[in-house]
Write a protein that binds this ligand. Structure first.
Ligand SMILES: [Zn+2]
Length: 264
């Protein structure tokens, strides 16, 4: 019976049956993996609060074979991003980060860069004054480490360098196209200026700890928000919950706060 012991971050925790939980982790050793925690919802469960989203844990998993659901045998909390529960903006951005990871990473495909970015992303988020930008930078950075890396340095059709000709971003093509090639496409594409292209390249290239020093405002902010939101939606086949929280009321926050423990 294989046994794994690995650092892990809880990215989803669901009630299961009478007293159990099914928990999705992003782990250092095995990538994204789900496991069942028997009796986790009993009053005196040995798991305590270790299975709530955003926990950094040392996880021990048992599995009979790769097809069956692994059994969570032990979880020790080694860190927690408690500050993320303090307000709706932070929690919405944190939820975006873990939902994004869940959607774009395949099961059991370890990727150290992704694990590191997730761990640094959640801890950095607690300290930034612009959580929406932090979540956006996180998505750009991680996309660069997955099979969904958008092609932004040259036209996806003719290969001409994006530095030499004006381009637009075409989500279905997975990157930019020059205006001539873009004319043959069924949609108009999204505007993306040389400044936005340079910004995305930097966000990919820098280690994530440095990425959050990048600032974007005005046209660049607007363009990258639109391009990345639309692209991620196409890549994962559905839209993630909105990042615009300014119109949400405090009663919604309380509901969200309670439900985040269960459903993220
Ligand atoms: Zn072209």
């Amino acid at each position: 019976m294989p046994l794994y012991k690995t650092k892990a971050i809880v990215i989803k925790s669901q009630r299961w049956g009478e007293a159990d939980r099914i928990v999705t982790f992003y782990t250092e050793q095995v990538g994204k993996v789900r496991g069942i925690a028997r009796g986790a919802r009993r009053m005196k469960s040995r798991f305590g609060s270790a299975l709530e989203p955003f926990r950094l844990v040392e996880l021990t998993l048992f599995e009979k074979n790769i097809e069956s659901l692994a059994r969570i045998s032990q979880v020790d909390i080694t860190g927690s991003f408690e500050g993320l529960r303090e307000n709706l903006r932070l929690m919405t951005a944190a939820a975006r980060i873990v939902n994004f990871i869940r959607a774009v990473t395949p099961d059991r495909d370890p990727n150290h860069a992704v694990f590191l970015a997730l761990s640094e992303g959640l801890s950095t988020l607690e300290t930034v004054d612009d959580p929406e930008l932090c979540a956006l930078l996180f998505q750009i950075h991680v996309l660069g480490h997955t099979g969904f890396r958008p092609q932004i340095d040259s036209c996806t059709e003719c290969g001409r360098s994006a530095g030499r000709v004006p381009v637009r971003f075409f989500v279905q093509a997975g990157g930019v196209m020059c205006l001539m090639c873009g004319e043959r496409s069924s949609d108009r594409g999204l505007p993306i200026s040389p400044g936005s292209l340079a910004f995305i390249q930097q966000a990919r290239r820098l280690p994530f700890a440095k990425v959050t020093r990048l600032r974007a405002s005005g046209q660049i902010r607007q363009e990258i928000e639109q391009v990345i939101e639309t692209y991620v939606e196409v890549v994962i086949g559905r839209s993630l919950p909105s990042m615009n929280v300014s119109s949400q009321s405090s009663s919604q926050f309380n509901r969200f706060s309670r439900s985040s423990k269960e459903y993220i």
